[in-house]
Design a binder for this molecule. Structure first.
Ligand code: SF4
Ligand code: SF4
Length: 277
């Protein structure tokens, strides 16, 4: 095992934790145990990305909006200037999905962060859009007895078996959208809660978009998720231009967009292609 550490923690006031960085072939001992089953779901705050919301809502046979209303808290993070979705109850008590037997009621659809523990993933998006992943061992809480086992895994096998590998490309699409907004559109300079709210249907409520545009299940939910994030990129680019930032802020009278924003968003959602402007 290599002896490198990652500093984890976002924002100037966030606590900085030093965690041991691991390589994919590094081994660690871990297996969940009955004695502490569910204790990890009592005290953590679970942040959800749009793919987590998609998978959980579908598992519960709910639309994304209903899922958010029933099970989540939506906040506007004043430091990152970005909307954040928290799983309800996880801040002050047991997670909403922990049952009386201390088992996860949504285990097949559990969020990425629940799958990854006791590992953590930090993803950095490079200027060329490439995602660089770092994996680290999370500081174990005293109640967690998972390392008291002879069972040894590699980092790679853990991520594969828990379904993190399969989800990562879709989760990374969202990180790329945030990276684009922050670096190309300077979103922290102009994003506010009312502006962020305009993104919510695209990020979290596919059923509303499908109903409005009469898009059926012939466009599967993975493809529709990709289209939604493309449309969110369009919306963000237009919004940024209104504040004087991003590529469209430099539009001149000659290259002004021919189609309205709503028409371009509609086109992306219907076809998956970027509209010609
Ligand atoms: S979603 Fe499931 S695994 Fe994750 S915190 Fe809640 S009960 Fe625990
Ligand atoms: S071993 Fe740790 S992660 Fe597993 S159930 Fe117990 S407290 Fe939760």
């Amino acid at each position: 095992m290599i002896d490198r550490h990652l500093q984890v923690g976002a924002g100037p006031d966030a606590p900085k934790l030093l965690m041991r960085e691991l390589e994919l072939q590094d081994r660690f001992q871990f297996e969940c145990r009955l004695e502490c089953m569910g204790m990890c779901c009592n005290s953590v705050r679970i942040v959800l990305d749009p793919w987590d919301v998609e998978v959980l809502a579908r598992h519960l046979n709910l639309g994304g909006k209903d899922f958010l209303d029933r099970y989540c808290t939506l906040e506007f993070a004043s430091q990152s200037h970005w909307p954040i979705v928290w799983l309800a109850q996880a801040a002050n008590g047991p997670c909403e999905f922990l049952d009386s037997q201390n088992k996860c009621q949504v285990y097949p659809a559990r969020p990425t962060i629940c799958r990854t523990y006791p590992l953590g993933r930090a993803v950095r998006i490079e200027a060329d859009g490439h995602a660089v992943e770092k994996v680290f061992l999370v500081e174990k809480a005293a109640f967690c007895l998972g390392s008291r086992t002879e069972r040894v895994r590699t980092v790679e096998s853990w991520l594969e078996n828990e379904g993190v590998r399969e989800r990562a490309p879709l989760c990374n699409l969202y990180l790329k959208l945030i990276y684009y907004a922050e670096t190309k559109l300077r979103s922290p300079a102009w994003m506010s809660k009312p502006v962020a709210n305009m993104l919510n249907p695209l990020l979290f409520a596919p059923e509303m978009l499908r109903a409005k545009l009469e898009i059926g299940e012939e466009v599967d939910y993975v493809e529709f998720y990709r289209r939604r994030l493309k449309a969110a990129k369009l919306l963000l680019t237009d919004l940024a231009a209104g504040f004087g930032f991003g590529p469209l802020a430099e539009s001149t009278a000659e290259n002004v967009l021919k189609e309205s924003l709503m028409e371009r968003i509609r086109y992306v959602l219907l076809t998956g292609e970027q509209p010609e402007v």
